[in-house]
Design a protein around this ligand. Structure first.
Ligand code: PLP
Length: 326
């Protein structure tokens, strides 16, 4: 018999899928690391379980405890699955720009959801960073995950996502392209791949309104780069400890409109029903096309599933209201 002991045993070993029509103008083999096959429908299941197991091992998370995290949805889903299997309570703190579907999905897997305003400074007491910390201080027997600075996040990708990409491409991968939020995915995968072959290039996808690209290029944390944006899952107004700028060769920024339009295109042209950061990633990949040549093997990682965006990027009324389509 071949079965998993519980749902957490099905995390990882996701497929790699060749991209065709949407990347026609790119003169290289482009492969999608298709992370929605994880049980929580996102790559974040990997790091969620790793962070929980790391906290258990360090004695930070104790039996019957409460896990508290500020999350744009996907990490919360992975943590909620771990909480169910391991017997913890889960509280997710979210900003109000996140889709309603993400909030409903977290409640569906037994999580309490606390919603905070988006348009406040990170150190404002109402921000989702401050609220998560305060709840963790006030709740007895609780553990604040902090996916931004918790380095078990990038270790998960160093231990699982990176080796899978290396093995699935038979060591032929030449470029890795991925959206950057906490930085866990790009830093863990990037470190693993560069240890295997230092010539592999690692590109991050950033968004307008985020500090990453300018910081990487100049070393300056420029507050003028920070303003509200629509794209979900990528870009930051802080520098998370999980971002290892040394393994990143460059960033390209994608507009909110392009990210939304390319989210729809991925679905209609490839049958890839994926989230908003996948649209940003594929548009960013096209912006980088002059970096790729015929024999290159370019891997782009897609974080999450389209079902979380049916009220937004997959809703033409919303797309028209935003001015993204006619
Ligand atoms: C949909 C989505 N895309 C991209 C990212 C960025 O991934 P990472 O946090 O590993 O940089 C996230 C992380 O929150 C996400 O939820």
């Amino acid at each position: 018999m071949d079965y998993a002991e519980n749902i957490l045993g099905t995390i990882g070993n996701t497929p790699m899928v060749k991209m065709n029509k949407i990347v026609e103008e790119i003169d290289a083999l482009v492969l999608a690391k298709y992370e929605t096959f994880n049980p929580g429908n996102s790559v974040k299941d990997r790091m969620a379980v790793k962070m929980v197991e790391d906290a258990e091992a360090k004695g930070l998370l104790k039996p019957g405890g409460t896990i508290i995290e500020g999350t744009s949805g996907n990490t919360g889903m992975g943590l909620a699955l771990a909480a169910i299997v391991k017997g913890y309570k889960m509280i997710c703190v979210m900003s109000d720009k996140q889709s309603k579907e993400k909030m409903d999905i977290l409640r569906a897997v037994g999580s309490e959801v606390v919603v905070c305003p988006t348009d406040v400074e990170p150190d404002d007491p109402q921000s989702y960073y401050s609220t998560s910390r305060r709840l963790a201080e006030e709740t007895p027997n609780s553990w604040y995950v902090n996916q931004y600075d918790n380095l078990a996040n990038r270790e998960a990708h160093y231990e699982s996502t990176g080796p899978e990409i290396w093995k699935q491409t038979d060591g032929k991968v030449t470029h890795f392209v991925v959206g950057v939020g906490t930085g866990g995915t790009i830093s863990g995968v990037g470190k693993y791949l560069k240890e295997k072959n230092p010539d592999i290039k690692v590109w991050g996808i950033d968004t307008y309104g985020s500090v990453f690209k300018k910081y990487h290029e100049t070393g300056e944390f420029d507050e003028k780069e920070i303003y509200p944006y629509v794209t979900e899952g990528i870009g930051e107004d802080i520098l998370p400890k999980n971002v290892d700028f040394d393994v990143i060769d460059g960033f390209t920024k994608v507009t909110d409109k392009d990210a939304a339009v390319y989210t729809q295109k991925l679905s209609k042209e490839e049958g890839f029903f994926l989230g908003n950061s996948a649209g940003a990633a594929v548009k960013g990949l096209l912006q980088l096309k002059e970096h790729f040549t015929k024999d290159d093997v370019v891997v782009v990682l897609f974080h999450d599933h389209g079902s979380r965006y049916v009220g937004k990027m997959y809703n033409d009324d919303w797309m028209r209201k935003m001015g993204y389509i006619d």
